[in-house]
Design a protein around this ligand. Structure first.
Ligand SMILES: [Fe+2]
Ligand SMILES: [Fe+2]
Length: 245
């Protein structure tokens, strides 16, 4: 499991865990993220059950188990949060922030200790001891109850499956040429994103944010002008289509 620091200031750092060379072939490669502040850490979309051991080892290099007070799951998918039953043993005092819509489903992964903070549809924020990140609604993109995290200090949008690309485990961390990146994203977004109106609603919401990095759960991170290029491309894309093979 490779760890990349994508932002660092006196207040916080953002880490990305991914590009796992030990990943079994038929499992989609995922990016996990963590914000570490002085006293608290937030683990975002911690991944599948098969990733738990390398993820725990990677996390513990940057924060103790007591330091990781908060976990976020953007939606219910197994590649996002099927590891929660194991994190539940490792982080018994943590809080999981996740859509209210998915509480009775995510609990099937096993949650005896971790508390579930049910995020209302309109979103809200997570306060990490004075360091505040926003929960931005991203419903139907692709899950019917779904959120992004926006950090106004780091100017990072963690966008979950939005902006996802299907890549090899040795792919670069950042998008360099946007045009060349499109074929890795197009089929995924056409098939997995079910609603043009939800998509356009999200694009207008996200355009109002000041974003330096857009960090998806699969593929590469968008920086600088590539964030705007992604929003323009996604807005124009017709989604909710089953492709012919
Ligand atoms: Fe998903
Ligand atoms: Fe995903």
């Amino acid at each position: 499991m490779k760890t990349t620091e994508i932002f660092k200031s006196k207040k916080a750092k953002w880490l990305m865990f991914g590009r796992d060379e030990a990943k079994p072939d038929k499992i989609i490669d995922t990016n996990q993220y963590m914000i570490v502040t002085e006293n608290r850490a937030l683990l975002m979309d911690p991944g599948g059950i098969e990733l738990f051991a390398p993820m725990l080892a990677a996390v513990l290099r940057h924060a103790s188990v007591e330091h990781v007070t908060d976990v976020f799951a953007s939606h219910q998918d197994p590649d996002i949060i099927s590891s929660i039953g194991l994190w539940d043993q490792a982080l018994p005092d943590a809080v999981l922030h996740s859509p209210w819509l998915w509480e009775s489903f995510i609990r099937h992964f096993g949650m005896k200790n971790i508390q579930y903070n049910a995020i209302p549809d309109e979103g809200g924020h997570i306060d990490l001891g004075g360091y505040r990140v926003e929960l931005v609604p991203a419903h139907y993109l692709h899950s019917s109850g779904n959120f992004n995290i926006y950090d106004p200090h780091a100017k990072i949008l963690m966008s979950g499956d939005i902006g996802a690309a299907l890549e090899d485990t040795d792919a670069p961390i950042f998008v360099d040429n946007f045009e060349e990146h499109i074929p890795k994203m197009k089929g995924f977004h056409e098939r997995w994103m079910p609603s043009n109106s939800a998509k356009n609603d999200w694009v207008s919401r996200v355009r109002a944010l000041d974003i330096d990095f857009m960090a998806p759960q699969h593929g590469r991170i968008f920086t600088g002008e590539n964030v705007g290029k992604f929003l323009d491309w996604f807005e124009a894309l017709d989604v909710g289509k089953v492709q012919k093979k």
